[in-house]
Structures are given as structure tokens and as C-alpha cells.
Design a protein around this ligand. Structure first.
Ligand SMILES: [Zn+2]
Length: 243
């Protein structure tokens, strides 16, 4: 974080300061220069707001949402983006709802065992209390399990210059919008939908089929409880009759 100065709070400032340092540290190596150029390509893909790099504009935060069904790689994508921020020497904090303790109580974990340190909090107020004043990037996994207060909170964080990255399910087990994800998607600058593979036909899967008898909206589980389905193979009505 040091050396980035005040402009370090926006994505552009961080990358702009970081890339030349990479090139300098590998001075005459063509391979390293190519690697640095590759990094720049990643930046171009990741930062959709080139005006954030302008030295004449104050740095500002923004909100990104990664969403889709279960097994679609949401958490992997969240972790990838948070690791990019860490490589850029940004101060990162990751959070997850305390309700989700399937894999690890102190990490955001994927189904495949990939993890990153995270703080488990019971609600949005607790999350806000844990965000430190100099944090530049906040990651939130399983955002659909937070209360409605998460929407105002991430808006306030972004307004004060923090980049907020959220991952969460867009639909519940009946295919209904899973609040507060619709609100978060609406206020986000950047939304990425990711897809799993339908367990029945192999098409891109946008739904999470519950395969065990359980009527509550929240049933935290893995592949023993859910499988990815496409629109055609998803059995909403059959499950609705049991609820
Ligand atoms: Zn299908």
C-alpha cells in the first residue's frame, strides 16, 4: 500500500503504480516484460473503467457482483479477483456469513478446497464493524445469506472509495430471485454471471436443483443436496407442490 499514496484507493492508481515496478524489477528480461504486458491485459479485462486511471480524477470505489447457480465457480472468481488485489498490494478484507460453515470457519472456501482468509460475521452490521478504516478492497462470499442492510452498507463503502466484490446465488431452490442479490446487482457497476454444467443434459446451468426433501429456503449444502440444472431440466413445479 505504501508508495501508492492517496490514489491507491482506486483500481487504476494501484495498477498504474504496480506495473512499472514489475518491469523495473526485471529490468532487461524480455520474458518478464512480456509477463508484465500480460498483466496489463488482465487489468484491461478486469478494470472496465479506464477513467479510474486518470490522475486528474479522485479515486473512487465501485461494486462488482459475481453471481450464478451452485457449482458455477462464483467463489473461485471472487478469490481470483481478491488475489489480484493482493498482488497489487491493496489492503483486502474478506467476509462470509456465519451461517455458511460447510468448509472452513475462517476461510472463503470453494467446493474444490481453494480458500482465502475470511471473517465469518452474523449480519451486515457486524460486517461493517469489522471493516478497517484503511481497507481498500472488501470481498463478500455467499452474499445472498446477508440481511437487507448489506445493500446500503456496500453502497456506503463504495462511496468512500472502497472496491466491494460480492459473490452469491442469484436464485433460490425454486428459481426465485434470492434477496438481497437482485438489489446488489442493480447498484453494482459490474455484474458477472457464471454458469455450471447441467447435471442432466450438459447444457449451461443457471439453476440449483435441490435433490433432497427440505422445504426451507435456506439449506446450506453441497453436492449431496443440490445439483446444477439448466432451465429445461430444472423441476420447479415438482418441488413447489411439496412446499
Ligand atoms: Zn439440462
Amino acid at each position: 500500500m505504501s508508495g501508492l499514496g492517496k490514489r491507491g484507493r482506486g483500481w487504476g492508481g494501484a495498477w498504474e503504480g504496480w506495473l512499472p515496478a514489475v518491469v523495473k524489477s526485471h529490468s532487461v528480461s524480455c520474458v518478464s516484460v512480456r509477463a508484465a504486458l500480460c498483466c496489463r491485459a488482465v487489468v484491461a479485462e478486469f478494470n472496465p473503467f479506464p477513467w479510474l486511471s486518470s490522475p486528474s480524477i479522485e479515486p473512487r470505489g465501485h461494486i462488482e457482483v459475481v453471481t450464478g447457480g451452485m457449482f458455477s465457480g462464483k467463489t473461485e472468481e471472487l478469490i481470483r479477483r481478491l488475489r489480484l488485489a493482493m498482488h497489487a498490494k491493496r489492503k483486502v478484507q474478506a467476509f462470509k456469513p456465519r451461517i455458511d460453515d460447510r468448509y472452513d470457519a475462517t476461510k472463503v472456501m470453494t467446493h474444490f478446497g481453494v480458500g482465502i482468509e475470511a471473517v465469518a460475521v452474523p449480519n451486515s452490521a457486524a460486517l461493517e464493524a469489522r471493516v478497517e478504516a484503511d481497507t481498500q478492497v472488501v470481498g463478500v462470499d455467499e452474499a445472498q445469506f446477508f440481511d437487507a442492510g448489506i445493500v446500503d452498507l456496500v453502497e456506503r463503502l463504495a462511496d468512500r472509495g472502497v472496491c466491494v466484490l460480492l459473490a452469491g446465488l442469484d436464485q433460490d431452490y425454486l428459481g426465485r430471485p434470492f434477496a438481497p442479490m437482485p438489489q446488489l446487482m442493480a447498484i453494482a457497476e459490474h455484474v458477472t454471471k457464471v454458469y455450471a454444467v447441467c447435471a442432466v443434459c450438459g447444457a449451461p446451468a443457471t439453476r440449483s436443483q435441490r435433490i433432497v426433501e427440505q422445504k426451507s429456503t435456506i439449506l446450506v449444502g453441497g453436492d449431496e443436496s443440490y445439483e446444477p440444472r439448466c432451465r429445461c431440466c430444472f423441476q420447479r413445479r415438482e418441488l413447489s407442490r411439496t412446499s
